[in-house]
Design a protein around this ligand. Structure first.
Ligand code: WT7
Length: 653
């Protein structure tokens, strides 16, 4: 807890308060009264749900006795793709831009709601033609191109849960997720552009598909083509199909499947504290109502807004705030394929100027990179279209908050630091711009109706200023219902510490105004650039290498990424901890999981600090890594190990 304590001490010295401007407040979707309206818990959500389209209204708003019973809008029937597309096509938004896409090479594509309607309908029919039926799982492994949201919505249209795997994951990680979900079809692309180079996705799919018995067909978008040197896209007869060829004869009209509110909308894998990723399950009604509502109020959505969430759709942020939340609101979203520094470090700011982006939602890790690159980049562009800024993924340090506010927001955009998780589906702790004063570094207040608290080990609410476990005591509509095929783990991870109360896995404190200050994970999860990675996953990847006997992985502070991975490794006899070995192990992890999991540093050691019962004392490793005075070492089996370790680590640095 040392880092945590230090962090909070620093944070509590942070006493700047930014009141909403009258100008913003007077036009905001959320007024302070929304918190009073939320006292009628069921009424609040029923009113929100009524703004969507239902084939059949619900009989009951919510039934909650977790983990076994989590149900919203019971008896209601709806379709998510209908709500994101058809609903708008039927009215004045028919010709409004739904998606403004920009490729890394500078290409532009604008899809109106009508275009989206046609594309989604066609691709839904394509999937049906491949034999995909309601309930079948479809895996998606794609770059950030318009076909990606089209694929999601087409799946939703026919009631086939999608399982999106981030394009940065390796073939092995993809295979594991395909097999766990028992996906029938994979949708991918030949490749995608990243920092001027090509990421060969289809090649990874081919590798993954060597042991995936449930997969019958692969649909491939031609994003790159064969003009690029080194590009390989082998199409296997009978199994692989080009997206554009399948689409030729497909009809536009595809009746949406009438889904039960509790039918599964998607699975999204995320890391937990074991080596096996968790398949987070989201269902249709509650998820859509939750993302619709939070988008409308937190991002203050207006008809003429241009909203840009920079997250990849491979993560939950992209699911909820590139696709479902904005499109359910009939908003215009910007989607950008590539990296922020291509062709130069002004790319994002140029993109904002070009499309007149009004609301920007991004991550602290990106903000810290921009800080490092210097204010001259944003200064070159006209960012005056911006009126609201959001942050997500990890605690935002007050310096980064202030920089964002000043250099991007020109000191007149509210900054919303939004706390949530893959599991929560929607933002849970956040300021409502125009209604809530902000403090740099604090996610401020729970969203209306959200009953968040901070508990001590006994399940008592901690006093003001004290740290504890962040929990949520009441239901919210878009919460995960279970872990795919693993209800026992669902129960154990989230519900066993405090029965009936959701354990988020984050540490938090509250100040005298009831504002929440997030303190990072309390489990063995590392947050790298806002993405979750489990220490166990990386450890298993390391011991999978023939030279490795044992390993222990921890998070270490990193200037840009927030946290980075440090791996302590014991080699088997006959292997040496050379630079070459370090390189090999890093690349092994990249190959097993993906680039985000690659350790920043590897420290070869002879022994790990363990308790007498054999448990690795990660706390000590963290202390060593942070150069802190060592805590209690009396439970160590061999106290000499730590001194040895410290010497070794200091040499590495
Ligand atoms: C974990 C969830 C859903 C957002 C993308 C990441 C951390 C997220 C914040 C924030 C402090 C944050 C937490 C959380 N986190 N947003 N605003 N302030 N911490 O989704 O991969 O499911 O990770 O990200 O530790 O538990 P995820």
């Amino acid at each position: 807890m040392e880092t945590t304590e230090k962090t909070i001490d620093a944070l509590l010295e942070e006493n700047r308060v930014f009141e909403p401007s009258d100008e913003f407040a007077s036009q905001a979707n959320a007024t302070p009264e929304i918190y009073d309206e939320a006292e009628d818990f069921e009424g609040f959500w029923a009113r929100m749900a009524e703004e969507l389209h239902w084939y059949r209204m619900w009989d009951k708003v919510v039934e909650y006795d977790p983990p076994a019973v989590i149900r919203w809008f019971i008896g209601g029937r709806l379709n998510a793709s209908y709500n994101c597309v058809d609903r708008h096509v039927a009215g004045p938004k028919r010709n409004k831009a739904a998606i403004i896409w920009e490729g890394e090479l500078g290409e532009e594509r604008v899809l109106t709601y009508w275009d989206l309607y046609r594309e989604v309908g066609k691709f839904a029919n394509v999937l049906k033609g491949l034999g995909v039926k309601k309930g079948d799982r479809v895996a998606i492994y794609m770059p950030m191109i318009p076909e990606l949201p089209i694929a999601l919505l087409a799946c939703a249209r026919i009631g086939a849960p999608h399982s999106v795997v981030f394009g940065g994951f390796s073939a092995e990680a993809l295979r594991e997720r395909i097999n766990d979900a028992e996906a029938k079809v994979i949708i991918t692309a030949d490749g995608g552009y990243r920092r001027g180079g090509v990421v060969q996705l289809k090649k990874a799919v081919d590798e993954a598909l060597q042991m995936t018995p449930t997969v019958t067909d692969v649909v491939v978008v031609k994003r790159v083509g064969d003009d690029v040197e080194g590009m390989v896209c082998h199409m296997q007869e009978g199994r692989d199909h080009w997206w554009h060829e399948l689409g030729v004869d497909a009809k536009t009209k595809c009746e949406p499947e009438e889904m039960d509110a509790e039918d599964m909308l998607y699975i999204l894998y995320t890391s937990g504290s074991t080596g096996k990723p968790k398949g987070i399950v989201h269902t249709t009604g509650g998820y859509l109502v939750g993302t619709y509502t939070t988008f409308k109020y937190i991002f203050d959505n207006k008809d003429d807004d241009v909203f840009w969430c920079t997250a990849d759709i491979g993560w939950v942020t992209g699911h909820s705030y590139v696709v479902y939340g904005p499109l359910a609101n009939g908003a215009t979203v910007v989607m950008y394929e590539g990296s922020p520094d291509f062709p130069d470090r002004g790319r994002w700011w140029g993109t904002i100027e070009k499309y007149g982006v009004t609301v920007l939602y991004t991550a602290p890790t990106a903000i810290r990179s921009f800080m490092k690159w210097g204010t001259e980049w944003p200064a070159k562009y006209d960012l005056s279209s911006l009126r609201l800024l959001g942050s997500v993924g990890e605690p935002i340090n007050p310096e980064a908050w202030m920089w964002y506010h000043k250099y991007i927001g020109n000191e007149n955009c509210p900054v919303a630091d939004t706390w949530w998780q893959t599991e929560t589906g929607m933002i849970l702790i956040t300021p409502l711009p125009g209604a809530v004063a902000t403090k740099p570094g604090s996610a401020t207040r729970p969203f209306p109706t959200v009953d968040a608290d901070v508990f001590d080990e006994n399940g008592d609410s901690v006093p003001v200023g004290a740290g504890g476990n962040l929990v949520v005591k009441k239901a919210w509509p878009s919460m995960t219902r279970t872990l795919y095929k693993d209800p026992e783990r669902f129960k154990a991870v989230y519900w066993s510490k405090y029965p009936g109360v959701y354990l988020a896995g984050d540490g938090a404190k509250r100040d005298e105004d009831g504002y929440f200050w997030l303190l990072g994970r309390i489990d063995d999860v590392i947050n790298i650039s806002g993405h979750r990675m489990s220490t166990m996953e990386v450890e298993s990847a390391l011991v999978d290498h023939q030279a490795v006997a044992e390993s222990a992985v921890i998070g270490i502070p990193h200037e840009i990424k927030g946290e980075a991975i440090a791996a302590f490794v014991i080699l088997k006899d006959g292997f040496d901890g050379t630079m070459q070995m370090e390189k090999e192990l890093k690349s092994h992890v990249r190959q097993k999981i993906g680039a985000i999991a690659q350790p920043e540093m590897i420290i070869f050691i002879a022994e790990l600090p363990k308790t007498r019962s054999g448990k690795i004392m990660r706390r000590l490793l963290r202390d060593v890594a942070a150069g802190r005075a060592l805590g209690d070492t009396t439970t160590l089996a061999d106290p000499n190990v730590v001194a040895e370790l410290k010497k070794k680590y200091e040499n590495e640095e």
